[in-house]
Design a protein around this ligand. Structure first.
Ligand code: ADP
Length: 403
């Protein structure tokens, strides 16, 4: 039997998520999380079949986190030899202007990610720590970086440029990069294979609606526009993020509240969106429940979210010159018939959508489904996303020299 394995890694500043796949067929073997890195009560988790291991222990740094993962995999006999992990893919949030696809994680890639720290001070240093920890533990593995921004690099200037002084855009690389690119790519590839096979000049709008949410307009498999901006704060309303607002709101609130730019930034990132508008929760399950109890703020938050997503769908319909397929995905998009309907109700008249209500109601918990009828002018589908698998697929491609 082929012992080779592939790992997808998502390293944050205090956490490290991992998922292990068989090389052949990319079947999931196990996954887990190292959390509270830097704390005495760090958390190590491993989910392997029915087994759910959890340990609380000091985890001073990412090196220790990786050591815990590999020790557990060896001890449980999941991995016979560390070297069986032949390819590792690291998720990297910001690839800036440098990366339009996944890249071998070598010194040059590392240098460029380090250069991009001002654009993503929260994640970039953590990604590098995760990379180093694995590199030291398994130096022989083919290691790649998979960027959230890469898939959006096909945007044209008029789609990514902000109307600020042009020299500032250039000097500081201040432009739209988008995010969730790995998810949008996975969804577009799946959608093309499942629903638009053999068709040329395809036009897809992908809606990744999770606690972070973004849309992408994709023509012939290439992104022409996406809703997140310089950072993931832009675009539609999200769990705790405002999405697009009049930029003067920042200035006005800073003045009225006597707070600093970074405090305003925090307010727009962590206290707005569903949480801020509903006053209930950032989790749409709670807001949806309150909606049906006729809670006014829950209704307001839900309608605002639906309006903003529908507006982007309308914008992208124009940008693409039509649309063959709208895809819903991520936590909300995959699991909530209610929010899908709320969005589609606001777009259906203009786009000639005809939604199969029964199919919509049945599509949740990881099910893929077409939820439009044959009468609909645009197809609508629910496709569960899988960013880790996409990362593993790229890692395999790199290992086989196909990247
Ligand atoms: P992220 O990866 O950005 O953290 P997810 O894609 O996992 O987010 O989405 C999480 C959000 O999706 C939750 O906050 C909640 O709003 C929504 N969600 C998750 N599961 C469900 C569910 N079973 N039903 C309805 N909404 C859900």
């Amino acid at each position: 039997m082929d012992q080779r394995l592939v790992m997808a890694v998502n390293a944050g500043s205090s956490s490290l998520k991992y998922k292990l796949y068989r090389y052949e067929g990319l079947e999931v073997v196990c996954g887990g999380l190292v959390d509270r890195i830097g704390h005495d009560d760090g958390i190590f988790k491993l989910n392997y079949g029915e087994e759910h291991l959890k340990e609380i222990l000091p985890i001073p740094d990412h090196d220790k986190g990786v050591e815990l993962i590999l020790d557990a995999l060896l001890k449980k006999g999941i991995v016979k030899d560390k070297k069986d992990i032949v390819a590792i893919g690291h998720r990297v949030v910001q690839g800036g202007k440098y990366f339009s696809k996944s890249a071998i994680f070598d010194e040059d890639t590392e240098k460029k990610i380090a250069e991009l720290i001002p654009l993503d001070p929260l994640h970039a240093p953590a990604h590098l720590m995760g990379y180093h920890a694995f590199k030291e533990a398994i130096p022989e593995a083919t290691t790649i970086a998979v960027f959230d921004t890469a898939y959006h690099q096909t945007m044209e200037e008029e789609d990514y440029l902000f109307p600020i002084p042009y020299e500032l855009s250039r000097k500081y690389d201040c432009r739209r990069y988008g995010a969730h690119g790995t998810s949008h790519r996975y969804l577009a590839e799946k959608a093309l294979g499942s629903y638009l096979k053999g068709q040329t000049d395809t036009k897809i709008i992908t809606c990744h609606l999770g606690s972070g949410a973004s849309l992408a307009a994709i023509r012939d498999g290439k992104v022409v526009a996406t809703s997140m901006g310089l950072t993931p704060l832009g675009g539609v309303m999200m769990g705790t993020r405002s999405g697009d607002i009049d930029p003067s709101v920042s200035y006005y609130l800073a003045e009225r509240l006597g707070i600093s730019p970074s405090e305003v930034y925090d307010l727009l990132n962590k206290k707005s969106g569903f949480l801020g508008v509903s006053g209930i929760s950032n989790d749409t399950r709670d807001v949806e429940e309150a909606y049906f109890k006729a809670d006014e703020r829950a209704i307001r938050a839900s309608n605002l979210f639906a309006r903003r997503v529908a507006d982007y769908i309308g914008q992208y319909y124009v940008r693409l010159g039509g649309c063959d397929l709208i895809v819903f995905s991520a936590g909300i998009g995959e699991n909530s018939p209610f929010y899908r309907k709320l969005v589609l109700d606001r777009a259906k008249e203009a786009l000639g959508l005809d939604v199969d209500e029964a199919a919509n109601e049945k599509a949740f918990a990881g099910k893929e489904a077409l939820i439009s009828t044959s009468e609909s002018k645009v197809k609508v589908a629910v496709i569960p996303t899988d960013e880790e698998k996409m990362i593993a697929m790229d890692a395999v491609a790199a290992y086989e020299g196909r990247l």
